[in-house]
Design a protein around this ligand. Structure first.
Ligand SMILES: *Cc1c(COP(=O)(O)O)cnc(C)c1O
Length: 215
């Protein structure tokens, strides 16, 4: 399944007149059996995404020792009391979604002397139950995170509503990222990563298409 995804990724990149090397495939390993993770590592994958800090610690702390070139991305919601564990384990945070968590992360990054790059999660569908900053509030939150708190903001991330065309959400996120002159876009999952690439995704987060359905 990895070969198929890499081939589709390459084709989508070419179609968009983009270089495949500027698109990171994040293998979303949450809830997957260890055997599948170890096969992926054997196949050479090194960039993984997890959505829960505790689950990720159990899985990745031991594997870190065996694969020092691992790159771990937190793609799920973060509680401020887990900020310390998250900073210690992960390399990139995709889910910066409120001032409290931004401040908690910065305190931990300073304490651990690990300045992790972050994405701001944007609630592109304005869904009340979903995490993320409302599109209209992104510039102000970005200013707060970067200038006031001092975080390294790479770009924006979104999870489109399941019952809507993903394309318009990808387009909106691309517009927002360009307005702020930020370089990176975390968008696209198993069902829509090719489309996300067409809209400029630099980080696609692929789980089930890569590993099979989560048990
Ligand atoms: C689970 C998850 C994914 C991967 O979803 P698939 O449909 O299995 O590819 C991507 N992004 C986030 C934020 C997730 O929680």
């Amino acid at each position: 399944m990895l070969a198929e995804i890499q081939s589709k990724l390459g084709k989508a990149a070419k179609l968009a007149d983009r270089n495949m090397s500027e698109i990171a495939l994040i293998a979303v390993s949450k809830q997957q059996p260890d055997a599948r993770i170890d096969s992926a590592l054997e196949a050479g994958l090194r960039i993984f995404g997890e959505n829960r800090v505790q689950e990720a610690q159990g899985r990745w702390q031991p594997r870190r020792l065996l694969f020092p070139d691992l790159e771990l991305h937190l793609i799920g919601p973060l509680q401020s009391n887990k900020a310390g564990d998250a900073v210690a384990l992960f390399d990139v945070i995709h889910t910066l979604d409120r001032p409290k968590i931004a401040r908690a992360l910065k305190i931990e990054m300073d304490k651990q002397n690990r300045q992790l790059p972050c994405f701001i999660q944007v609630n592109t569908g304005d869904e009340p139950q979903k995490a993320g900053i409302a599109p209209t509030e992104v510039p102000e939150f970005y200013r707060l995170c970067r200038s006031e708190i001092g975080l390294d903001i790479l770009g924006l991330m979104c999870i489109p509503p399941i019952d809507e065309e993903a394309a318009m959400h990808f387009a909106l996120l691309k517009t927002l990222v360009d307005k702020l002159s930020l370089p990176k876009l975390s968008m696209g999952m198993s069902g829509d990563y090719e489309e996300a690439i067409a809209f400029g995704a630099t980080h696609i987060r692929v789980g089930s298409a890569l590993f099979g359905a989560r048990p």
